[in-house]
Structure formats: C-alpha cells, structure tokens
Design a protein around this ligand. Structure first.
Ligand SMILES: [Zn+2]
Length: 348
C-alpha cells in the first residue's frame, strides 16, 4: 500500500511529492495522489469566448491523460486546487474588477468511458462593462491560467413603475421576516451542488409569448411617497392571466416552494450545480421542496401574489448567484457534451 502511494506521488510532480513526505497518513496520500494523477494533463476550454451581458459561459477542463489532453505545466497547481476544493473560474474586467465567479463540478460523459471532465457555469452580469475582459482559472494561491474574453455591447430597456402605498410599504418598510427570506434565497442561489439534472436547452414555462417586461431592464420604482429607487429587472415577465399553467423549464430538483413577502408564492428549481430557474407571484404551488421534476411538469398556476402591479409570471434564471437572460437558455443547451469535448480535444 505504502509503495503504491509513493510511486503515484513520484509520477505527479513536486506539489504532491511534498505531500508524500509529510506525516499525513498513507491512506490520505493515496487519495491525494490519485486525485492529482488524473490532472497531470489538465486542459481548459472557455465556451463561448465572447458573449453578451446576461448570457451563460461554460468553462470546462478534462483531466484524463489518455485521449483528451496534452502535457501542461499548470497540472500541479490544478491538482493542488482540486485537492483543496478551491478551484474556480472568475470573470474579471479589463481593469481587474471581479465581475462574477463559479465553482467547478464534475460531469459524467458516458460516451467518453466516464473520463473526468469538470465544468463551471457563469453568467455575464447585465451591468458588466463592455469590451475586453478575462476569465481566470484560479485557486486561493492565485491565477493558474487566464483566457481573453470579450463582452459585447447590448442595450437594455428602461421602465418606470409606479407603486401604490401597499407596494411602497413592501419595498421600503424594514421587516425581519423579509430580511430572513432574502438571506435564505441568497443562500440557495449561491450554493453549488453536485447533481447534473439537465443537459438540454430549456423550454418556455408558459405557452404564452406575451412579454410584459424583458430581462435586464433598468427600472425606476416611483414610490407613493414621491421618492424613487432604481433597480434592474432580474427576470423575464410573461403577462398571463391568473390560473395559467406554469411548467418546469427543464428537469431538476425543487429547492424552494413556499410563500415569500416580495415574490409571493415562489418556486425555485435546481438544474445544474449553481444553476436555478425561478418562478414568482404564483397563485398556487403544485410541487414540494425536494421533488424531482421533469421538464414540462406543472409546478403551479400563475397569479398576482407578492409585490406586483398586475397578474404575470416572473421567470428568472440564476447562475452562480447572478441573474441571467432566460432567452439565452431557450436557444441552446448550457452544457453541450459534443461542443465541450471537441473544444477540449482541440485545445481551443
Ligand atoms: Zn419580473
């Protein structure tokens, strides 16, 4: 047992070799060496290499030395970060400002004999600066590799929303319950799990195509008091009558199914680690937290609950905490197996 551990360590380079010479138990060395050995030839792919604000970007890497990869000097740093579970992809502006980041999760690709591929999915924030940026692969120890990334220009709608006294109070009166609800939903959105429930492109959650407010619109809330506040619309609104069927946009696990002060009857479904779809202002909820739902499953009926000025479905996608443009998920899958593998093979 001990001999095998030492041999593996010698094969995977200095970073792990030092681990072997420490007094950590042999069994831990074996686990670490096995993890490190597989990343001897880590290779990354950023898909796509440019995007509009609101659009998703997948960063993938393979760590099988047999078929997908070529030798790479960053292997020890990647192995170390994987072992410490702090490897991440970070989008930074040209000025070095961190715009968003995402953790890596494991993908299982049966057609590649289960070879190990990891991916991180992020969404370009709708308020991102336009132009040249970068996606860095980094750990707590620093940047391991950096890829150029272009954020295209995009204009968003502007809208002013008049709020009556009741809605003004909802937004402006401090309320411990509302604060607790906010903390809970942020904990959900910022969690990166391990389950990949869906590989497919999403479907619209209602059959209607009548949109009453687009993603990313810059909003001014005009309060009944005369004061005003600015915000960004994080979702896409469908103007549908109360009682309209609302369907899961993809297969996933229901992680929120409850009434909330601002968003009314609310459902959140996890589709990928860190990627969630959100359905707000429902009239009724037909699923429970913990349910596994298939695409098209009716999760509830649309309504007029919470802070609303009329009946509609607010549909939102969250990626590593960032709101993303739902339309971007209707046109193509976030994780495209063939695309990921071809990028990893070609090194682009
Ligand atoms: Zn909305």
């Amino acid at each position: 047992m001990k001999t095998r551990a030492v041999l593996l360590c010698l094969a995977v380079g200095a970073a792990v070799f030092f681990g072997c010479t420490s007094r950590t138990p042999v069994i831990a060395d074996v686990a670490r060496a096995a993890d490190a050995a597989t990343v001897e030839d880590a290779r990354f792919a950023v898909i796509p290499a440019s995007a509009y604000p609101g659009y998703p970007v997948t960063v993938a890497f393979s760590y099988d030395s047999k078929r997908l990869a070529t030798g790479q000097a960053n292997a020890a740093a990647v192995a170390d970060a994987l072992h410490k579970k702090n490897l991440r992809a970070v989008l930074v502006s040209a000025e070095g400002r961190r715009l968003t980041q995402a953790a890596f999760f494991a993908l299982t690709l049966p057609e590649e004999n289960g070879q190990a591929v990891k991916a991180a999915v992020m969404a370009i924030p709708s308020l991102s600066p336009i132009g040249e940026a970068a996606i860095n692969i980094e750990s707590d120890a620093g940047i391991i590799q950096s890829f150029p990334f272009t954020i295209y220009n995009r204009t968003f709608d502007a809208e002013t929303i008049q709020l009556d006294q009741a809605n003004t109070d909802l937004r402006t009166t401090s309320d411990p319950k509302r604060t607790a609800e906010s903390q809970h939903i942020w904990a959900v959105f910022n969690r990166t799990g391990t389950d990949v429930y869906s590989w497919d492109r999403f479907v619209r959650p209602v059959t209607s195509t009548r949109r009453t407010s687009p993603f990313g619109s810059r909003r001014i809330f005009q309060y009944a008091t005369g004061a005003r506040d600015t915000t960004v619309h994080n979702g896409l609104d469908f103007g549908v009558p109360v009682g309209t069927d609302v369907m899961a946009c993809a297969r996933g696990r229901v992680v929120v199914a409850r009434s909330r002060i601002i968003t009314g009857m609310s459902v959140v479904i996890e589709h990928l680690p860190g990627l969630y779809s959100v359905y707000y202002h429902l009239d009724t909820i037909d699923v429970r937290e913990g349910d596994l739902v298939e695409v098209g499953k009716i999760v509830g009926k649309s309504g007029v609950t919470g802070l609303v000025t009329g009946p509609h479905l607010h549909w939102e996608i969250r990626v590593s905490g960032e709101s993303a443009d739902p339309d971007a998920f209707l046109s193509r899958p976030v994780l495209d197996k063939n695309e990921i593998l071809s990028h990893l093979r070609s090194g682009s």
